[in-house]
Design a binder for this molecule. Sequence first.
Ligand code: NAP
Length: 265
Amino acid sequence: MTDFAAKTVVITGASSGIGEALAKAVDGRGVAGLGLLARRTDRLEELAGTLRAQAVVLTADVTDRDQVKAAAERFAARMGAPDVLFINAGVGQLLTGSRVDASLVRHVMEVNFLGAVHVLEAFLPAMVERGGHVVVTSSVASRRGLPGFAAYSASKAALDRYVEGLRVQLSGRGVRFTTIEPGFIKTPLTKKNRFWMPFLLEADDAAHRIVKAVERDRRRLTFPAPMAALVKVLGLLPDGIYDRVMRRTLPAKKRTLPAKKKRRW
Ligand SMILES: NC(=O)c1ccc[n+]([C@@H]2O[C@H](COP(=O)([O-])OP(=O)(O)OC[C@H]3O[C@@H](n4cnc5c(N)ncnc54)[C@H](OP(=O)(O)O)[C@@H]3O)[C@@H](O)[C@H]2O)c1
């Protein structure tokens, strides 16, 4: 069991939403030190000022390998290797219609997938030496391709598979992994969504569920329960039925009718 008391913790994407709520939740569990990583220094400094634990502000863009490496060195100089590393920074992009925008897909992959890889590259070696816990914020969107969020789904699926491989590869080396798959959480990321978000949770509620899953050393947490059940069912659906169900989630004008089946003889 991972106990947060007197531990050192690094959180990426700590300047808002789930990351900020995680910082407050682990601070309440009596951590000794926190590294808060994101691009907006002012938001991180403001958060650091509200915490009981010592906090070091790590301004970095996760898409920039050198910036992440420098942030890890700054953290190590102050607090050593983190006991718990939350890899949480991420972006979501909605793109419906027939347009494929490679720059948008690249950006989503660079933040959500390669950004996580940069963070692992910078922090993991020291954790392997002395043990620790890596917690990765994936999404229920990793399970199947979501219409409108195809790039987001792809980035989270890549992250999931990568971390799953590492988890097994490093078993017995003292580093535990927890993959978090939240449903809809009320944060700046979902504020812009103009569609119905079922089972929407507050960020503080999400953070407490995540912290409990880490304390219990769970390999995976998908929440809330009704969303976990829904994605399980969606995961089992044959492609044809999945397409029919998910097409209904698109606004009517974006739906295109399936081509009429042609007889082959
Ligand atoms: N909200 C949901 O419903 C939901 C559901 C499933 C999964 N998630 C995942 O949960 C994580 C947190 O999302 P959230 O909902 O809390 O959104 P959020 O409030 O928008 O927070 C995103 C965080 O990521 C940071 N970030 C974004 N791009 C970055 C970059 N290039 N370099 C460094 N930091 C960067 C942001 O900080 P700066 O802008 O200051 O850099 C911010 O702190 C994401 O991985 C998201 O995919 C969210």
